[in-house]
Design a protein around this ligand. Structure first.
Ligand SMILES: C[S@@+](CC[C@H](N)C(=O)[O-])C[C@H]1O[C@@H](n2cnc3c(N)ncnc32)[C@H](O)[C@@H]1O
Length: 200
């Protein structure tokens, strides 16, 4: 199974924040679930979630391994963790909505910049009216980083692949506006991360 140290550190701060934002019961689509640690933790911590983890086809097997091994036990009351869905945001093959929320962590800076508008448009299309798009990760403002560590991370990503890089929160909000989403909150999270909350 894949394992992320960062996930272990941020999964509980994310749970505390989602507890505040998700009216439950909630049907949630997670985009780019990676190791599945967030999916498992959040369905164990928060009640009445119907959580649908997803990944690109080439990474789906590793995600499903964790869901199969850990995703059926110790769940919070009324919560369920579904089998992992294949989803590349750049395709039109999104799962059928409506979802009460679309959550994604640490994906906008990894996927190519050209894929980010597809992420936002795809999420907007599957959200119910009033549903939330929740994006967790590092974000910059007008090209300025909020911490030296984020600037270094951004430079590192761009040295690996010019299409990767920390995204501007303003750009995300602008993309969201074009899809009919309104910004609700921009929450500071540990280690210079943020949770952008946008409503359909
Ligand atoms: C740094 S990992 C984050 C994984 C997990 N959400 C976490 O916080 O640990 C970035 C994830 O983005 C996913 N990703 C990249 N491009 C994508 C795309 N076009 N569609 C869906 N997911 C994508 C990758 O497969 C990877 O799992």
């Amino acid at each position: 199974m894949l394992f992320s140290e960062a996930c272990e550190r941020n999964k509980e701060p994310i749970a505390m924040e989602l507890e505040r934002w998700l009216q439950r019961p909630a049907r949630v689509l997670e985009v780019g679930s990676g190791s599945g640690q967030h999916a498992v933790h959040l369905t164990r911590r928060l009640s009445q979630l119907q959580w649908h983890p997803s990944e690109r086809p080439e990474s789906l097997e590793a995600l499903q391994a964790r869901i199969a091994q850990e995703g059926r036990t110790q769940l919070a009351a009324g919560s369920a963790l579904a089998d992992a869905i294949s989803l590349d945001v750049t395709t039109d093959d999104w799962p059928a909505g409506p979802f009460d929320a679309v959550f994604t962590a640490n994906t906008a800076h990894i996927m190519p910049a050209a894929a980010v508008p597809r992420l936002v448009a795809g999420a907007a299309a599957v959200l119910r009216p009033g549903g939330l798009l929740l994006l967790y990760g590092p974000f910059s403002d007008g090209g300025c980083h909020s911490a030296p560590s984020n600037a270094a991370f951004d430079a590192h990503l761009r040295s690996l692949d010019a299409a990767m890089g920390v995204r501007d929160a303003d750009w995300i909000v602008d993309l969201a506006h074009h899809q009919g989403l309104s910004p609700l909150a921009d929450v500071a999270m540990p280690a210079n991360n943020r949770l952008l909350v946008l409503a359909a």
